[in-house]
Design a protein around this ligand. Structure first.
Ligand code: NAD
Length: 366
């Protein structure tokens, strides 16, 4: 098996554990921290991401810890409760989940389920009085995102999306260089994110009812985010096309999509996503230089450079940084930098991309 064949989602997204860097990112919030208080997080859905990244990261966090589990599989509850020392009173299934309302040990519910279940569990968690982190993509479409935001507002609970790259020093540097016009205005931006899908052909990711779509929902969302946060602007229009080479595997969902997004002032950016190509880059050209990341979006070590040379940035445990920041936001009643509205903006772009593929025309976003 050569390197390319051995490439898998998990190895691509391998955790690099350097938890201390997380704290360096949030000196201001930290200084207001009530002494010693750690918030309890319950993970809903104990699949690959919870097992491989979130639960291990919660052993490194300073302001939150793994306090509860929500799973439909009793054998997982047994295994995890032993491994992470979780008391039975903090373990729920999908039916009795609402009882979590009576459990003061759980402050935050983290929804790590197939996309079609994000809305239901976010709203149930908020109604149970819990703050919520919901994984990406936020929901099946923008209309669902709007409902989730409204439900959390009504319950007076904070809602955040699992956009870990807002805490990664390399991606933060892209935001700084782009949004502050450090090398002048951006004149071109190109991004791609994808991997060669070699997983279970029956997995939820390939079922439209559960995933909402294929590569675009799963991987393209990072490219859309990356474009938006590098520019610090919202796209107005999008034109997109879809290419499919494997109609059996990708019967229900998109395999490869390319798009052009238009911004005010006339800038047109390009992007692509795929379940059949190993991509992971974010490249900007500005009036007086270039800056880029490749790999840009994973957590196995991001690399960056500008026209002046290598970006000298640390790779940190992104998940630990993201969850610690949200815990501090809850503790200090400060807004999160990745609220539900961020997820909504991306789903508006995704909705418009699917509309453009269907219509064959340029579509307005939003
Ligand atoms: P997974 O398939 O490994 O796990 C899904 C979990 O949901 C499993 O525990 C499964 O038992 C449970 N589940 C409940 N109802 C189900 C149903 N009807 N069908 C299938 N599974 C069901 O998926 P994952 O990779 O852990 O992804 C979960 C979420 O996390 C997704 O929203 C995904 O986009 C997101 N994710 C984010 C990142 C990131 O870097 N932020 C990385 C991976 C996954």
């Amino acid at each position: 098996m050569n390197d390319r064949e051995a490439f898998s989602r998990r190895s691509f997204l391998k955790t690099l554990s350097v938890g201390t860097g997380a704290l360096a990112l949030m000196p201001t919030l930290q200084s207001f921290l009530p002494q010693g208080k750690k918030l309890g997080i319950a993970l809903v859905g104990l699949g690959g991401y919870s097992r491989g990244q979130l639960a291990p990261a919660l052993l490194e966090t300073q302001h939150c810890y793994l306090a509860g589990l929500v799973t439909g599989t009793p054998s997982k509850a047994d295994e995890w409760s032993k491994k992470y020392n979780i008391p039975d009173k903090n373990i729920y299934n999908y039916s009795n989940f609402d009882d979590i309302a009576n459990n003061p040990a759980i402050d935050i519910v983290y929804v790590v389920l197939p996309v079609s279940m994000h809305k239901e569990f976010t709203i149930r968690a908020a109604k149970a009085g819990k703050h919520v982190i919901c994984e990406k993509p936020m929901a099946l479409n923008a209309a669902e995102c709007t409902e989730m935001i409204a439900a959390c507002k009504k319950a007076n609970r904070m809602l955040s999306i699992g956009y870990r790259l807002h805490f990664d020093p390399h991606n933060m540097e892209m935001m700084r260089l782009g949004q502050k016009n450090i090398y002048g205005k951006i004149t071109a931006l190109d991004t791609g994110n994808g991997f060669v899908y070699r997983g279970d052909p029956n997995a939820w990711r390939l079922k439209k009812a559960l995933s909402g779509g294929g590569a675009l929902m799963d991987m393209g969302v990072y490219s859309i985010q990356g474009t938006r946060y590098t520019l610090g602007q919202e796209p107005l229009f999008v034109t997109a096309t879809e290419q499919k080479t494997n109609n059996d595997l990708f019967k229900e969902v998109d395999e490869t999509i390319t798009w052009q997004m238009e911004f005010s002032g006339g800038l047109i950016t390009t992007g692509k996503t795929s379940y059949n190509n190993n991509w992971g880059y974010l490249k900007a050209t500005a009036e007086k230089g270039q800056f880029a990341l490749e790999p840009a979006f994973g957590y196995g070590g991001i690399k960056g450079s500008t026209h002046l040379g290598v970006m000298n940035m640390q790779n940190i445990n992104q998940q630990a940084a993201q969850m610690d920041d949200f815990a501090l936001c809850v503790l200090n009643k400060k807004p999160t930098r990745v609220p539900g509205e961020e997820g909504l903006k991306d789903l508006k772009v995704i909705d418009a991309i699917y509309r453009s593929i269907a219509s064959g025309k340029k579509e307005k976003i939003g």
